[in-house]
Design a protein around this ligand. Structure first.
Ligand SMILES: NC(=O)C1=CN([C@@H]2O[C@H](COP(=O)(O)OP(=O)(O)OC[C@H]3O[C@@H](n4cnc5c(N)ncnc54)[C@H](O)[C@@H]3O)[C@@H](O)[C@H]2O)C=CC1
Ligand SMILES: N[C@@H](CC=O)C(=O)O
Ligand code: NA
Length: 435
């Protein structure tokens, strides 16, 4: 059996995991793929690291461009990350007729339309299971397992770093910065961890999932993105008192008038399975019209879980690389000429429920004023807590959960509430999904 030759670009956390797992499980992987999959060349700008991980049996280079133009290489694995050199390398590999496997969600969310068009044109595959929810086979599920369905929405905990931070802060009372450092040491965080904590990484992944779930182009630039840095622990605690957990969710919903694509801290009823996903684990809930709700759970980050997805793609590409391109699964699930121009809706137009926390003077009529404003805006209240003022204080907190409304309607009502003399400062507003 002639081996298929692979060039690995980047042998850091995921590249190292890929090299190790491929070697360890070589025999089983060959039995599945039908022929041996051999990493023959490793390119990393840190040659000492490459030598330490890969040894001397493979060709080592610090020039990744020499790999993507090498006629001996059949598949290029891009595990460098980022939008810059990674884009050039992937496009160059495609131009040279190589299939590409990548874990780079940033690259695909931002430049995916260009990359998949180039791959289509050249008749090569670009596989990206590792780019969303690490080891969970969510791309396979959306693209193949659910292909009978009209997918209505999906919602996921798709960033391990932030879920780890939220869990550790809640369970061990540790400060944000300390837990972030731990996530970095464990290899979960992006090279630039602001991508994790500000929700950008989750938005990259939600963008990719929205494209393959709904048959639309990548529209990362229109995604609404909020991270966890402004989340206050008092809201985590009030949410718990009301029976909810707060998670950073990536949400994509298909509507007749467009698509909601958003990442933000979200209250979820604590009884939902997804509300109990802790630590660096990921979970994606997908609602299809025929199958109903399906939930995918597992490790979304880390060396070997992510390598598991990279190698599954290597096996797929090895099995299919001699097939006629028309007989392969389309990159973005839908046939390329069937992609629809359905736009992402502005955040003002989304429909969701809200958690509102406001500081008020503890005096008669306050609650009536607030509920009147909400009623005027057709916003009904689902639950409420009014705290007793602390000893010697004249102000207290009111927390309300609303039913669904259009965001611009909620914002207008909040502005009127903030204008009341008895309401002090800004109203804290978080979105809530019952899922
Ligand atoms: N770490 C994780 O858990 C996951 C990471 N990913 C993605 O996988 C990719 C790789 O991530 P990690 O392995 O965590 O990163 P990393 O920083 O551990 O590894 C990147 C490697 O690329 C090398 N490199 C950088 N620039 C280079 C260049 N110009 N030429 C050659 N080598 C170069 C670095 O020396 C390093 O060894 C990223 O796109 C990331 O978003 C995806 C899922 C999970
Ligand atoms: N930084 C990411 C890594 C996986 O994609 C995360 O924390 O989930
Ligand atoms: Na995956």
């Amino acid at each position: 059996m002639k081996p298929i030759n692979v060039g690995l670009l980047g042998i850091g956390t995921v590249g190292g995991g890929t090299f190790t797992v491929l070697k360890r499980n070589e025999e089983e992987i060959t039995r599945r793929a039908g022929r041996p999959i051999r990493i023959t060349t490793v390119a990393d700008k840190n040659l000492a690291l490459a030598r330490e991980v890969a040894g001397d049996d493979v060709r080592l280079t610090d020039d990744a461009f020499s790999v993507v133009t090498d006629p001996e290489i059949d598949i290029v694995i891009e595990l460098i990350g980022g939008y810059g050199v990674a884009r050039e390398l992937v496009l160059k590999a495609i131009e040279n007729g190589k299939h590409v496997v990548t874990a780079n969600k940033a690259l695909l969310a931002v430049h995916g339309n260009e990359i998949f068009a180039a791959a289509q044109e050249k008749g090569v595959m670009v596989a990206f299971e590792a780019a969303v929810a690490g080891g969970i086979p969510i791309i396979k599920a959306l693209r193949e397992g659910l292909s009978a369905n009209r997918i209505q929405w999906l919602a996921g905990i798709i960033n391990g770093t932030t879920n780890f931070i939220l869990s550790e802060m809640r369970d061990r009372g540790l400060p944000f910065a300390e837990v972030l450092k731990e996530a970095q040491a464990l290899g979960y965080a992006e090279a630039d961890p602001t991508f994790d904590i500000e929700g950008v990484d989750a938005a990259h992944k939600a963008t990719i999932m929205s494209a393959i779930a709904f048959g639309i182009p990548m529209q990362f630039d229109k995604a609404h993105i909020e991270g966890i840095t402004k989340l206050e622990s008092i809201d985590i605690s009030y949410a718990e008192q009301l029976g909810y957990r707060i998670k950073l969710l990536g949400i994509a919903k298909k509507r007749d008038d467009g698509v909601e694509l958003r990442v933000h801290p979200t209250l979820i009823p604590e009884k939902r399975l997804i509300a109990n996903v802790e630590g660096p684990m990921n979970a994606v809930l997908v609602q299809g019209d025929a199958v109903g709700a399906t939930l995918y759970y597992g490790k979304g980050a880390g060396a070997e879980p992510t390598a598991s997805a990279v190698i599954a793609d290597l096996v797929d590409v090895t099995r299919l690389h001699t097939a006629d391109p028309e007989h392969r699964v389309p990159h973005l699930a839908f046939q390329p000429d069937q992609v629809q121009d359905l736009s992402v809706l502005p955040i003002d137009e989304i429909i969701t429920s809200y958690y509102l926390r406001m500081r008020v003077e503890d005096q008669p009529g306050v609650l009536a004023d607030i509920t009147r404003i909400l009623a005027d805006s057709d916003i009904s209240i689902d639950a409420m807590i009014q705290k007793e003022p602390a000893e010697g204080e004249s102000q207290t907190d009111i927390i309300m959960l609303t039913h669904q409304t259009v965001e611009k309607n909620a914002n207008a009502a909040i502005a009127r509430i903030e204008a009341l003399d008895v309401v002090k400062g800004k109203v804290t507003r978080l979105r809530l999904e019952t899922l």
